[in-house]
Design a protein. Structure first.
Length: 317
């Protein structure tokens, strides 16, 4: 790293950090400082670093990202729990074991073929979901509530109990297979208009990927969002999210939009939450690193600190 132009102030700290974090993981935080060679028709990223780049710059980004993931995970966990509650409550009103019966779900969505086995046998969306569900059930076999239902009810779990051992991805697939009227009810609980349930599903898909990155300690601060949320009819949510539609296409894959969605949904799940302000406080601590800012790297709009979304006051609710 030094041979490629990365300087450092403390050799011992640098070695200890590499031993603690690992070269490959830490190198991701030096990547933004590699020289972009624009002398050719197609720009090429060189191995050398910009003049003046320090090892401490990378450590600063790593530490900031670590704190950012922790806060994001707190908000994402609240959304995951909220989704489980709403799916369990809504589908449970239709049937306590509605998740075990395709007729209580959207039959067309359940029977959609999404893959094929090695011998060419089609796999439906419901079959794929059920395999994941059964695996999660096995993983939870030592939980007291699971053992109780296995013993007393022959392994049939009311959906509001089953959601306790489903992960975010499993819940999301089940949500996608619900009847349209049930999706609309859940959308309302998340502060989204009934007709915006498909938008909510797309948001949750993006949040599920973000949640996995955070849970596995992957870099998130300047990562491009998978399934970046597109524009939507502003009337499906309240005014706090209307500014997202004005964000340029080039900036939409950055983390700001998904963070804003976490902030919005978290306040709908729990109006007493202080998550938006906690997240904003952490972001405000970010100092410019060789010209990299929350605007250039994370897609935050210039006036973001003044937006109502980030000034949510639970005491006023």
């Amino acid at each position: 790293m030094r041979a490629r132009g990365l300087t450092y102030k403390d050799h011992i700290l640098a070695i200890q950090s590499l031993k603690r974090i690992g070269y490959y993981r830490l190198s991701a935080y030096t990547y933004p400082f590699r020289i972009l060679d624009e002398s050719q028709s197609t720009p090429v990223l060189r191995d050398e670093f910009e003049r003046g780049t320090t090892f401490e710059d990378a450590l600063y980004l790593y530490a900031f990202d670590e704190k950012l993931r922790t806060i994001l995970l707190e908000g994402l966990n609240a959304i995951e729990i909220g989704l489980g509650v709403q799916v369990g409550y809504t589908l449970g009103k239709r049937s306590p074991i509605g998740h075990e019966n395709v007729n209580d779900l959207n039959v067309h969505a359940c029977n959609e073929v999404i893959s094929y086995t090695s011998d060419g046998t089609p796999v439906t969306q419901y079959a794929a979901w059920r395999m994941r569900y059964e695996k999660l059930l096995v993983d939870a076999k030592n939980e007291v509530y699971v053992q109780h239902h296995q013993r007393e009810y022959g392994g049939h779990f009311p959906v509001w109990v089953a959601t306790e051992f489903m992960d975010f991805g499993c819940l999301l697939r089940l949500f996608d297979m619900l009847r349209t009227e049930d999706k609309k009810k859940i959308a309302l609980a998340f502060g989204v208009d009934r007709d915006g349930h498909e938008v909510l599903f797309k948001w949750l898909k993006a949040l599920n990927v973000l949640r996995n990155h955070c849970a596995h300690s992957n870099r998130v601060w300047n990562r491009a969002t998978v399934n970046a949320p597109g524009r939507y009819r502003s009337g499906i949510v309240d005014a706090r999210l209307h500014h997202l539609n004005a964000i340029a296409d080039s900036e939409r894959p950055r983390i700001y939009i998904v963070a804003a969605i976490v902030a919005y949904l978290s306040t709908k799940i729990n109006p007493q939450t202080n998550w938006p302000r906690t997240f904003a406080t952490q972001v405000k601590k970010f100092k410019s690193v060789r010209g990299r800012t929350v605007g250039t790297e994370m897609g935050f709009p210039e006036d973001w600190e003044q937006l109502d979304l980030w000034n949510w006051d639970p005491k006023a609710k």
